[in-house]
Design a protein around this ligand. Structure first.
Ligand code: ATP
Ligand code: ATP
Length: 553
């Protein structure tokens, strides 16, 4: 149904092809998963199926890509729209109408479907994706995950024969991700839909795949096979595979269930051992000593709390986004904000950085009231890496963006660039931020914010587009910052990241805090938020493969 014949793509101005010698086929009615490190060319491969590459992106495509027999080089995306439905990484850029319901109907309207069929499919999709309560909402007033669900719904309604999805669960809470994947699996099994999907969070998706296409490195020939076969050699793999490799299980388990069946002997070996946990910070001022970026800390006296939120309520249009929220964050603490899509996580981060004003209650970051403080003064107290990193980037090359960040932060020239290379090697100076891959762009935004080394660092979904190695480097860097006394608050659906990094987890539901406690206790108490290792080794309290590896060594 989808066929690549020796395809390579070279973007304009690039010396080397972004992908090379891509040769594979996805038969009708199969779900193929495209995996590989950040920036390796997954979105490029997907774009070649929907025709966006090279029609919209520019560049040169050699070889041949066909979908349902149509050559995507001679057919424009518009001429493929009746067969291929595409969801890209940035839902907002897809939206063409104003409200959720109109957006779900739009694709069908342009294909000229009968009104009664359209009505029925809109209703079905609203139910299927849990969007019924949002049907009249403007798409611009949705949370990140709500937007992603609408974007997926809008490509499902026309019932395309082929679905091309780029990280479709990256903004979804764990339960919503499971629902969406179950819907996709039903389409594949019952309607014979063909799906090609790129995803980094393999713990969520690998068990749904019929086959896996691995892009091992930039410009390297892809490797194809059954999920377990590819996972055995892949540089990217989920925690359950990591645990299986560590324990020497063969065949490798791909699901928690498979792993639990093999885990009894491992649990026995671990029975008398204790997981080592990252120490929660002492509530003292940050220690002197080595500084990560060679600059002294801001010399204001360190308050007991870098952030203090009291009885905060926020109303956004018709929605009560937060109510009665109390939260304090101490220097050196890493706090994960978790909870369903639309629970209020981004709103809380927005309030801490002055983007959202309280309707009642109070917010302080350090000695400032954020929404009344000039942005120029706030940068030294708090920095936010937004859910959409584009919102932070305005220069036309990576080098200019980094130079501006150094200047704004009063940092040594080269600081931002060094951070970027440390987090994700291989991003070139003269690329336009618009042309970076999702993971590269996010890492650039992170480097920009970290350059100012604010005492409070806020991150909204900081692992979209990041492979496991980049995530591990991010964790190392954030831990080092926390050890220096920086406080970190991150909104995330990535349970594995929360398990690795957070001292404390704050769970939000419908705008209220419903749990606030040590990460190990809060995540393990909930089947949705427990990381894979915790599920495999329960009732023991291990959270990460790193803890198990260390205990056994
Ligand atoms: N329009 C473009 N112009 C120039 N270079 C581009 C363009 N789009 C992507 N690239 C470059 O091509 C390479 C592959 O990017 P691509 O987005 O396909 O990677 P990816 O595997 O999807 O990454 P991620 O996992 O971070 O989403 C990157 O180095 C990127 O900078
Ligand atoms: N700009 C806006 N205008 C009006 N309402 C908004 C706006 N942004 C978000 N909302 C609403 O406020 C509520 C909280 O949204 P918020 O973005 O804080 O949730 P979230 O927990 O970050 O969700 P997600 O996990 O999907 O990112 C949601 O009901 C959302 O629809």
């Amino acid at each position: 149904m989808i066929r690549f014949e020796n395809v390579s793509v070279t973007y304009d101005g690039a010396d080397e092809p972004a992908v090379r010698a891509v040769d594979f086929e996805v038969p009708e009615g199969e779900l193929a998963l495209l995996v590989g490190p950040s920036g390796v060319g997954k979105s490029t491969v997907l774009g070649a199926v929907s025709g966006l590459v090279p029609h919209f992106t520019g560049g040169t495509l050699h070889g041949r890509v066909t979908v349902a027999g149509r050559d995507t080089r001679t057919h424009k995306p518009r001429e493929l729209a009746d067969v291929v439905g595409t969801v890209g990484q940035d839902p907002l850029s897809h939206f063409v109408t104003d409200t959720v319901e109109d957006e779900l109907a739009y694709g069908m309207e342009s294909l000229g479907l009968a009104p009664d069929v359209m009505r029925r499919r809109v209703e079905e999709t609203l139910d299927l994706l849990g969007l019924a309560d949002l049907r009249d909402r403007p798409v611009s007033a949705l949370s990140g995950g709500q937007r992603q669900r609408v974007a997926i719904g809008s490509v499902l309604t026309p019932h395309p024969r082929v679905l091309v999805l780029d990280e479709p669960t990256s903004a979804l809470d764990p339960a919503a991700a499971e629902e969406v994947l179950a819907v996709l699996q039903r389409l594949v099994h019952d309607l014979g839909t063909t799906v090609l999907m790129a995803e980094h969070r393999l713990e969520r998706v690998v068990q749904y795949a019929d086959r896996v296409v691995l892009l091992p490195g930039p410009g390297e020939r892809p490797l194809l096979g059954a999920p377990a076969e590819v996972m055995a050699v892949s540089p990217v793999f989920p925690p359950v595979v990591d645990l299986g490799r560590l324990a020497g299980w063969s065949p490798l388990p791909l699901t928690v269930r498979d792993a639990r069946r093999r885990a009894a002997p491992l649990r026995e070996r671990l029975a008398d051992l204790e997981p080592r946990r990252e120490a929660a910070p002492a509530p003292a001022p940050p220690p002197a000593g080595r500084r990560l970026f060679g600059r002294a800390k801001p010399d204001a006296p360190s308050p007991a709390h870098v952030a203090e939120v009291r009885s905060l309520a926020v109303r956004r249009d018709r929605v009560q986004a937060l109510r009665h929220v109390d939260l304090t964050v101490a220097p050196g603490e890493a706090v994960a904000l978790m909870g369903r899509n639309g629970a209020g996580k981004s709103t809380l981060l927005g309030a801490l950085v002055g983007l959202v004003a309280p309707s009642s209650g109070s917010v302080r970051t350090g000695d400032a009231v954020p929404h009344r403080t000039r942005p120029r003064d706030l940068v030294r107290r708090v920095g936010l890496v937004p859910q959409e990193p584009r919102d932070l980037l305005y220069a036309d090359t990576v080098a200019a963006e980094c130079a501006a960040a150094d200047q704004d932060a009063g940092a040594e020239p080269g600081t931002c660039r060094a951070l970027l290379s440390e987090l994700l090697p291989g991003v070139s100076d003269d690329t336009h931020p618009r042309d970076l891959s999702e993971g590269q762009r996010l890492t650039l935004a992170l480097a920009v914010v970290l350059t100012a080394r604010p005492p409070l660092i806020l991150l909204d979904e900081p692992t979209r587009g990041l492979d496991y190695a980049a995530k591990a480097r991010l964790v190392t860097l954030l831990r080092a910052l926390a050890a220096e006394g920086h406080a970190i608050v991150l909104a995330t659906h990535d349970v594995e990241l929360a398990a690795e990094l957070a001292h404390r987890v704050v769970l939000l539901a419908e705008g209220e805090v419903i749990a606030d406690g040590p990460a190990a206790e809060v995540v393990v108490a909930s089947p949705s938020f427990a990381p894979q290792v915790a599920k495999v080794l329960a009732p023991q309290h291990w959270l990460t493969v790193a803890q198990v590896r260390e205990a056994l060594s």
